[in-house]
Design a protein around this ligand. Structure first.
Ligand SMILES: Nc1ncnc2c1ncn2[C@@H]1O[C@H](COP(=O)(O)OP(=O)(O)OP(=O)(O)O)[C@@H](O)[C@H]1O
Ligand SMILES: [Mg+2]
Length: 394
């Protein structure tokens, strides 16, 4: 195991008679020894290209890659000691599953007995012991995928790269294996980068998550940081299920509070959202902003004694999903989705109060799309300021 460092890595694909594709741009990332990084982003944003450059399956156009202090970007794949589980599995069809998994161990001159023991252990972990004697063409997609994962995890590599390692598995098995794989990675202190389209998987497995868009790293942070302090509009709308409500508006100082006046496409005044005390001075009055409201942080109906600003709207949909309620509310011509952890009895076409907890609210600059304010941070800071009230009095 070792740390992994990508320093300003760029990948340009050149294809005959076609313009070059800049798949990865100036990508820098430091993965600590034993750390688990989740890599997420829309399809085609450069996730697989990034892993393939680390593994040595694609050349690096610009930049450097190091494992520990050792530069590896100029080395052949076989010289890097990096293990990878592929999106397309890439198994050897003429070899049995057991031999596919043992292949790199035996090539690395591990004694046969020890290699078999390792293969049995990893097959147990991934629930593929019963298919060890079979050949890859006779396996289901989910089985092939676990063989590919086993072939990577079984190795004593410095770095482990897993490209959508569980995408083909049914949700129940996926949740079970996710927990086991996490324990295994932690127990063996395996430095790893995994790609996933499943946010729950990213949140559950990763120490930190890297969010990419169009070849560019947007933000690297813990799952909580990405949720509570998204650096820009892309990360805010990409992370979180259901996605953040996004409205357009303008800040307005009414003399008492700073508010965002939300407007629809016609520029009509729709409704005002009071910003948390302490927001004044952070965002200039009259600034055009994207307003983000996290569905899970909005409070439908009773606020359970919490004092938060409230707005009123009409219920347009109410879905009880077994352990959560999704409530669609129309406020001043804008549709806002709120999620409650309990069963909410809000009937369609009736009026409901929506509590705007500060932590639900995020503002982004309209032009640059960079975050201007996270309501939760402002509220927490003004709480802290209250604690120092005695200082001010004396
Ligand atoms: N071998 C290649 N030759 C030319 N272009 C490529 C090649 N591989 C990938 N690309 C292009 O590079 C970009 C990034 O592709 P990549 O496979 O890294 O995306 P990804 O994030 O892994 O997507 P997905 O989530 O769909 O797997 C895409 O525009 C893709 O078309
Ligand atoms: Mg991919």
């Amino acid at each position: 195991m070792a740390s992994l460092t990508l320093d300003r890595v760029t990948k340009v694909y050149q294809q005959k008679d076609l313009p070059p594709t800049r798949a990865v741009k100036d990508f820098s990332l430091s993965v600590k020894d034993g750390e688990i990084i989740g890599l997420v982003g829309s399809s085609g944003c450069g996730k697989t290209s990034t892993l393939r450059m680390i593994a040595g399956l694609e050349s690096v156009t610009e930049g450097t890659i190091r494992v520990g202090d050792r530069p590896i970007h100029h080395l052949k794949a076989a010289e890097r000691n990096v293990a990878m589980a592929f999106e397309g599995y890439a198994l050897y069809p003429p070899l049995r599953v057991s031999d596919n998994i043992a292949f790199s161990l035996l090539r690395g001159r591990m004694p046969k007995e020890k290699a078999s023991e390792r293969v049995r252990m990893i097959a147990d972990l991934l629930e593929i012991s019963d298919i060890l004697p079979l050949y890859p063409p006779n396996l289901s997609g989910g089985q092939q995928q676990r063989v590919s994962l086993a072939r990577a995890l079984v190795r004593d590599a410095d770095v482990f790269l897993l490209d959508e390692p569980m995408s083909q598995l049914e949700p129940h098995l996926r949740a079970k294996l996710r927990a086991r794989i996490k324990d295994y990675l932690i127990e063996h202190k395996m430095t790893s980068v995994f790609v996933t389209h499943d946010q729950t998987e990213a949140m559950a497995l990763a120490d930190r998550i890297a969010v990419m868009s169009e070849g560019v790293l947007q933000q690297l942070g813990s799952p909580v940081e990405l949720k509570e302090r998204p650096t820009n509009l892309f990360v805010a709308s990409f992370i979180g299920e259901p996605t953040m409500n996004l409205l357009k508006g303008q800040t307005a100082d009414d003399g008492g509070t700073l508010q965002v006046v939300v407007e629809d496409e016609q520029g009509r005044r729709a409704f005002a959202i009071p910003l948390p005390p302490g927001a004044r001075g952070r965002v200039p009055n009259g600034k055009r902003v994207h307003v983000g409201l996290r569905p899970h942080k909005l409070i439908v109906g009773e606020t359970n004694g919490r004092s938060v600003p409230r707005v009123y709207g009409t219920v347009v949909s109410n879905q009880w999903l077994g352990d959560q309620t999704y409530v669609g509310i129309e406020i001043g011509g804008c549709l806002v989705l709120a999620v409650a952890d309990q069963h909410v009895k809000a009937t369609v076409d009736t009026q409901v109060a929506l509590g705007l907890a500060p932590e639900a609210l995020h503002l982004f600059d309209v032009e640059s799309e960079i975050a201007l304010l996270h309501g939760g941070d402002v509220a927490a800071e003004s709480q802290t300021a209250l604690l120092h009230g005695g200082d001010v009095a004396s």
